[in-house]
Design a protein around this ligand. Sequence first.
Ligand code: IPM
Ligand code: MG
Length: 361
Amino acid sequence: MKYTITVLKGDGIGPEITDQALAVLKAAGDKYGISFELREELMGGCAIDEYGIPLPEVTLKACKESDAVLLGAVGGPKWEELPRSKTPEAGLLGIRAGLGLYANLRPAVIYEALRDASPLKSEIIGDKIDILVVRELTGGIYFGERGRSDTGTENESAYDTERYSVAEIERIAAIAFEAASKRSGIVTSVDKANVLESSKLWREVVIRKAREYPNIVLNHLYVDNAAMQLVRNPRQFDVILTSNMFGDILSDEASMITGSIGMLPSASLGNGALGLYEPIHGSAPDIAGMNKANPIAAILSTAMMLRYSFKQYAAADAIEDAVRRVLEKGYRTADIASAGNTVTETSEMGELVVREVLLKQ
Ligand code: IPM
Ligand code: MG
């Protein structure tokens, strides 16, 4: 099998982690008879420098023509002062919307070897934490009407709008219910229905949609309570279903429970097989180019790509197992290291995972 992948390395640590992810993907491909045609394009700050805009037409076109997109990270201080529609972040939102990727899956799993890296006490972690955040990705306040009035006067004000349609809520709820049916069967829908009208509709539609999934247990939490429950008793969660902004916030929190935001991959999916895969962390400009960043989130993003877009389950498992074995052997990048670990650089971590993939029986 051969798949076409558009690679958007992006800014900051994006290129160095993506290089390691690609090396691991190639190793898994060699092992399982899968080949990849890679097409590199610019998106984010690097595209602003080259084309003056964060998401050039040629980049979006390349993504649309490929089987999957692998993204590093975008943004950095150099581009922070630009008008909002010209920022690297606007490029990322443009690509999500442009490809119709409304469902963002962010798994937060604690690796046994990394228990000590979690800021939570061992008794709170219990035997395992395995949460899947299902975040709506192309609607809500990120894409609602916004603006300013009385600019430059004493009365200046600004607004953003949270708006969700029944159809948007139904399709993301379906993704969460489907995912839960292959996991522990519990969906916790997170909203702010005690205050927001958009959340009231969210809750109504989720409850209605749940009738199609009689085997799923559906719970509801207000977002403030959910943020608290995530650190108080994270084991109660299986699938968390939530809106674009709440999902942005809660997935960072869930990631930290696992030890480091440098560990978490994500998949952004729409109705077809095309997906965009990226670490949930940012571009970390402070350590860019220093070969210090943790490439594991990027590496695990390629496993999600193999699983969700290509249905190459054995290769996906091989990558995830390889990461687990490298961690078990005590290798850590600086962000997840504690006493007694062997601290590795970005490239060395990638090489270790490649070796484990190739060694797998
Ligand atoms: C994320 C990021 C993005 C988001 C930013 C960079 C626009 O924080 O993917 O979680 O808010 O969606
Ligand atoms: Mg975020």
